[in-house]
Design a protein around this ligand. Structure first.
Ligand code: GDP
Ligand code: ZN
Length: 461
């Protein structure tokens, strides 16, 4: 248990209807008592946990009323941090909230560091590290899909999976220990065959989790889609259609979109950063040249390229030039302006000519094909999973790295068993894997990394 008591404003700074000052630690209740005058002379130190109390915050220095508030009391260990927590719901806007915090700090309470409430929850065993990280993800979630993913992680789903895998490793280790202590017995469980089988099972568990990373990452961080194509094919019009608003400048003059323009699109819950580029072509015009340079840069970062052609113009060497710069496997061919040639187009021909398998006949003028385009874009990244698949659980690079390390340790254990090394050598690998997995939940990890993780939080969380 931490000895000092901390406080901070836990709601976003701004003109909200209410703001909350959160106080946590052994002196939380006593400190608030000094500035809070409850309506019915209640004693905060005696009220039951999880109750709400109306009253006024009064500055003890001059007896002036600072705000009318609702105070909630949550007692250790059943609170967010696992300590005594008092939350003061202020009603008077940001100035009042800050004044209340100031008064609390004057009672010998320390201002909380960023993420310190959640860090205490972790240190007091209320949540594991993967759950604490989920709190950051929830705060930062930009879409429903990423929010849901983070909420599942917060519920402890990942911790349970990791702990189940760790338990399997512990079981093997236990038998190894016994066989070292009692060399006269022969244990089936540590026979090379049986150990290899058990380790294979663990490896497969970890691989399943790892394979969920790509999906998890996309749900959480989204994708970058870059619109490319020569001038005047309708790139900016496509961007506008996708965003359903006028954002990029659309003109008849080729090369009008000088700057790279980007915006976010919510594609069935996935955040998609969508970038409109100036046409890529050799140019003497410096302004345009910058746009071209940027386009190349963006193409390198693109998860997907939307390659736009003008069906009324066909494909010429300018299209070919851009085609040579993009990754065709990660592209979608947008055959634009189909309204100009109704009913007589062989679209397959364009797919063959460009070498981009995925194509969508489209009209930025009347939005024909827009829904198909969105569906194809989605399918490209989150294909329907056969047999349901492992639901996305890993979305954090740190978790992925530790899973990979654990996997390597297990592979090394396998190799040592296969080459007949003594069991204590195998035990070293298994212990290593145990530690790597424990780093995900925070059971086996150094202070430095823990501090690093919590420093990503904002104050008050
Ligand atoms: P960009 O240079 O590739 O960004 O092309 P723009 O989006 O600026 O469009 C160039 C011209 O093509 C504009 O006059 C648009 O109105 C027109 N345009 C774009 N899409 C379509 C379409 O689907 N059908 C028709 N008929 N015209 C379009
Ligand atoms: Zn444009």
């Amino acid at each position: 248990m931490m000895e000092d008591t901390i406080a901070a404003i836990s709601t976003p700074l701004g003109e909200g209807g209410i703001g909350i000052v959160r106080v946590s630690g052994p002196q939380a209740i006593e400190a608030v008592k000094k500035v809070f005058v409850p309506r019915k002379n209640k004693d905060l130190a005696k009220v039951p946990g999880f109750t709400l109390h109306y009253g006024k915050i009064i500055d003890p220095a001059d007896g002036k009323i600072v705000d009318e508030v609702l105070v909630s009391v949550m007692r250790a260990p059943k609170s967010y941090t696992g300590e005594n927590v008092v939350e003061i719901n202020c009603h008077g806007g940001i100035v009042a909230v800050e004044k209340v915090l100031e008064l609390i700090l004057k009672q010998g309470i320390r201002l909380a560091d960023p993420g310190e409430f959640t860090k205490r929850a972790f240190l007091n065993g209320r949540i594991d590290l993967s759950q604490a990280e989920a709190v950051i993800d929830i705060i930062r979630a930009r879409t429903d899909a990423s929010l849901k993913l983070a909420e599942r992680q917060l519920s402890g789903e990942l911790r349970e999976k990791i702990n189940a895998v760790r338990q399997k490793i512990i079981n093997i280790l236990a038998f190894i220990e016994v066989s070292i202590d009692y060399p006269e017995y022969e244990f089936d469980e540590v026979s090379p065959d049986s150990a290899l089988k058990n380790i294979d099972e663990i490896i497969s568990d970890i691989q399943k989790l790892l394979s969920s990373y790509e999906r998890g990452r996309i749900l959480k961080e989204g994708i970058t889609a870059v619109i490319a194509g020569k001038p005047n094919v309708g790139k900016s019009s496509l961007l506008n259609a996708l965003l359903r608003k006028k954002r990029a400048i659309v003109t008849d003059i080729p090369g009008t979109t000088r700057d790279v323009i980007e915006d976010y699109l919510n594609l069935k819950g996935i955040p998609v950063k969508i970038v409109d580029t100036a046409g890529i072509r050799e140019t003497e015009d410096l302004v345009e040249k910058l746009g071209v340079e940027k386009t190349r840069e963006y193409l390198n970062q693109a998860d997907v390229t939307l390659f736009v052609i003008d069906v009324s113009m066909g494909i010429d060497e300018n299209d070919e030039k851009i085609l040579s710069l993009i990754n065709k496997d990660k592209s979608l061919l947008v055959i634009n302006k189909i309204d100009l040639l109704p009913g007589k187009v062989n679209f397959e021909h364009y797919a063959q000519k460009t070498g981009i398998k995925n194509y969508v006949p489209f009209s930025a003028r009347n939005f024909e094909g827009l829904e198909t385009l969105e569906n194809k874009l989605y399918e490209l990244f989150l294909p329907e999973q056969e047999g349901g698949g492992e639901s996305a659980l890993i979305s954090n690079l740190r978790h992925k790295n530790y899973l990979e390390k654990a996997l390597n340790s297990l592979l090394s254990a396998k190799k040592n068993i296969a080459s007949g090394e003594p069991v204590d050598l195998v035990a070293i690998d298994l212990n290593e894997a145990l530690r790597e997995l424990g780093a995900i939940t925070g059971d086996t990890i150094g202070d430095e990394i823990i501090n690093e993780i919590f420093s990503q939080f904002c104050v008050g969380k």
